[in-house]
Design a protein around this ligand. Structure first.
Ligand code: NAP
Length: 246
């Protein structure tokens, strides 16, 4: 489905990003990805991609820093020969009630989740427009659609991603560039590890399918949006949440 396509996935060392890297590679893509701290984990993902017979490139690059992102994308084009698919996945949480939220908690989350995605699309878009094709998939969240308590910073960043997705889809559709967002509900990754068992059980009661999602399930949806099978879909926010947001 993605034979000889070249993709970048931000935050590919762990969790959903790692699953996306592996899924895209299993569909035939060469994949570049970055990480912030988890060097060993990133090396292990790279080896898994290579064991599938695909090329992998890894970068220690902070999505908050436009210079890092520019260097990374230049490098990908030189080493892999182009760029077709962008997956903006890197994200963080700093959950707190607003009354306790520090300016730093707000800034870290907005700069990573929202400005990070801007930095990547801003850098990739010129090449996509010149080549007259490109595919951008942004990982948002149910929190960005519905809002989540103790997540004013995170919900705002993820709602911002939805605005970015829709605006950009309108702006560049005529260049054969598609832009979509995926909004997961609760997915079992390190991000969810802080949850106490009791809280987790309470959350599960609210999910019609009565379980958290898996990173692989999100990765499969990403691969569908990255492929030609979804070629008439753009500007959409697709929820993958076991029915949570209904
Ligand atoms: P995770 O397990 O905490 O992994 C986060 C990934 O992002 C890691 O690879 C991390 O790199 C990378 N990262 C963080 N800050 C970065 C930065 N400044 N520059 C580059 N890379 C950075 O999180 P996850 O659960 O897989 O979440 C992935 C995405 O899905 C996020 O956007 C999240 O908001 C969204 N999401 C998650 C859930 C959920 O329930 N898990 C639900 C809805 C949406 P290091 O390994 O180096 O730290």
């Amino acid at each position: 489905m993605l034979q000889n396509k070249i993709a970048i996935v931000t935050g590919g060392s762990r969790g959903i990003g790692k699953a996306i890297v592996l899924e895209l590679a299993s569909m035939g893509a060469d994949v570049a990805f970055n990480y912030l701290k988890s060097k060993d984990a990133a090396e292990a993902v790279k080896q898994e991609v290579e064991s599938m017979g695909r090329k992998a490139l890894i970068f220690k690059a902070d999505v908050k820093r436009l210079v890092d992102v520019k260097k990374m994308i230049e490098n990908i084009k030189e080493e892999l020969g182009g760029l077709d698919i962008v997956v903006n996945n890197a994200g963080i949480i700093r959950d707190k009630a607003l009354i306790l939220m520090e300016e730093q908690d707000w800034e870290d989350v907005i700069l990573t989740n929202l400005s990070g995605a801007f930095n990547v699309v801003r850098t990739a878009i010129t090449g996509f427009m010149k080549q007259k094709h490109g595919n951008i998939i942004n990982i948002t969240s149910v929190a960005g659609v519905k809002g989540a308590s103790r997540q004013v910073n995170y919900s705002a960043s993820k709602a911002g991603i939805i605005g970015l997705t829709k605006a950009l889809a309108k702006e560049v559709g005529s260049y054969n560039i598609r832009v979509n967002a995926i909004a997961p509900g609760y997915v079992d990754t390190d991000m969810m590890k802080g949850l106490k068992d009791l809280h987790r059980d309470e959350l599960i009661k609210r999910i019609p399918l009565k379980r958290f999602g898996t990173a692989k399930e999100v990765a499969r949806l990403t691969a569908f949006l990255a492929s030609n099978r979804s070629r008439y879909i753009t500007g959409q926010v697709i929820l993958i949440d076991g029915g949570l947001a209904m």
